[in-house]
Design a binder for this molecule. Structure first.
Ligand SMILES: Cc1ncc(COP(=O)(O)O)c(C=O)c1O
Length: 445
């Protein structure tokens, strides 16, 4: 008998929503043969953390596609690539200069490895209500006044916002520190000529499954040919093995193999160019309805669709609900935005639904985006490691004012923490947690 979880997903699939969310294969790329390839480490099937056979060949194929010094595959998502990247970049007691739009996996890796983040500032854009570019003056100042081992940025962000990787990489090279990028949302940027590795990043973590036809959990770590510390390539496997499962999915790896073959097609750049054109067409329809198109205001990934729902009188949650009524499933809805992740695997029906939705949506009086939760101030009272590993107790959020968190609380999506270990809980954190229906938190005893 099928259990409820399985049945639920089957029923959901049968409703035939248009997927504008991850994974990038849109259930439209693999056939049933894939499920018959669920093997394990056999003498002939290689082993992920000591790869020298068919897995190594796949990694070499991916490295060639991305023109890297070396690339490594992960079946533990980008989370595992981020943990690996941090392990490679710093040792216990070191500091990393960090973007404050940061995925929880980076916080947990730094906490477990006793690495201290020094926080960078992003500019706040009042028009969009979002934290946008890294403040470059702040970056240089903090590099000059701290003994920093690496700069860690998230680019693109969930909303698609891109950092100026080229310029930042020049600053990092001048100071001889690593530039490491959480490129979870940008595996496809290679085919638009703007992958962070090609713009000078030293290491990137790419969540391949988000925007490419790869099964959920498939990701890759890239190391730049120009990296000054060649030892990092040798250390990458053992760094990954530190956090990764010893049972990586052969089905996920097989999906990466099929994706790599697809990426080697001569017309792959054309496919992504066409995707950009489809997105631009949708954006042009949105503009006619006075919908705030994020790409018009901030430098973003041209394949990401981010609509400011406030511009037509909705919250992002409400606009997302309206989309679902039209059989469109978005990736992320927040107070201000609806974010869609399309890929070349979306069908004509998907695009038609989106076009019809925009043409039909009833627009209301616009309001300003809410910027209350835009700025993440992760100042901590004690180190991440100390706070994570000390004795703690679970209390109600309402009683947590001025207590020190030992938790990382970061609802997904986007997985960017509301609070991190060591942070003193203030009123704004409490409001933010309660708005997200989070009522319990672990605090230091
Ligand atoms: C910016 C960012 N980094 C990292 C991750 C983690 O990636 P994965 O889910 O592949 O582990 C996510 C997931 O949503 C993300 O949005």
């Amino acid at each position: 008998m099928k259990n409820n979880f399985y049945k639920f997903l089957e029923d959901y699939r049968n409703e035939n929503f248009s997927s504008f969310h991850t994974p990038g294969h849109k259930n439209n790329f693999f056939d049933n043969n894939l499920i018959s390839l669920d093997f394990t480490e056999l003498p002939c099937t290689d082993s992920l953390y000591e790869s020298s056979g068919i897995i190594k060949n796949l990694e070499n194929q991916i490295s060639k596609i991305y023109d890297t010094d070396s690339s490594f595959i992960s079946c533990g998502g980008n989370t595992l690539c981020i943990q690996t990247m941090i392990r490679l970049s710093a040792k216990s007691g070191d500091k990393i200069l960090c973007d404050n739009i940061i995925h929880r996996s980076a916080i947990s890796a730094m906490a477990l490895l006793n690495i201290t983040p020094v926080w960078l500032e992003r500019k706040i854009c009042k028009n969009s209500g979002l934290a946008t570019e890294i403040n470059l003056e702040d970056l240089e100042n903090k590099i000059n006044t701290n003994n920093i081992k690496a700069v860690y940025l998230t680019s693109p962000s969930y909303h698609g916002i891109l950092q100026d990787i080229k310029q930042i990489s020049e600053i990092c090279k001048k100071h001889k520190i690593l530039l490491i990028i959480d490129n979870a949302h940008g595996s496809h940027l290679k085919f638009l000529g703007i992958h962070p590795i090609n713009l000078g990043a030293d290491i990137t973590a790419d969540s391949a499954h988000k925007t490419l036809p790869v099964l959920t959990g498939g990701a890759w770590l890239h190391i730049n040919k120009q990296i000054y510390n060649k030892n990092l390539t040798n250390q990458a496997k053992s760094a990954m093995a530190l956090f990764g499962s010893t049972s990586p999915s052969y089905i996920t790896m097989s999906s990466m193999s099929l994706c790599a073959d697809w990426l080697e097609n001569d017309n792959i750049n054309q496919k992504f160019k066409e995707l950009t054109q489809k997105v631009e067409y949708i954006n042009s329809l949105a503009r006619q309805k006075n919908i705030f198109v994020l790409n018009d205001h901030v430098k973003t990934d041209p394949t990401r669709i981010a609509f400011g729902a406030f511009s037509i009188g909705y919250t992002g949650f409400e606009l997302g609900e309206k989309m679902r009524e039209h059989k469109i499933e978005p990736e992320l809805c927040d107070e201000n935005y609806v974010v869609l992740i399309p890929s070349p695997l979306n069908s004509n029906l998907d695009w038609e639904r989106l076009e019809n939705f925009i043409n039909k949506i009833e627009t209301k009086n616009k309001f300003k985006p809410n910027i209350n939760n835009t700025k993440n101030d992760y100042k901590t009272e004690i180190s991440l490691t100390q706070a994570l590993l000390s004795e703690s107790e679970e209390i109600h959020v309402m009683n947590s004012l001025n207590r020190i968190s030992s938790d990382i609380i970061s609802p997904c999506p986007p997985g960017v923490p509301i609070v991190i270990p060591g942070q003193k809980i203030n009123k704004s954190i409490i409001n933010n947690l309660l708005t997200r229906n989070i009522s319990k938190i672990n605090v230091l005893k």
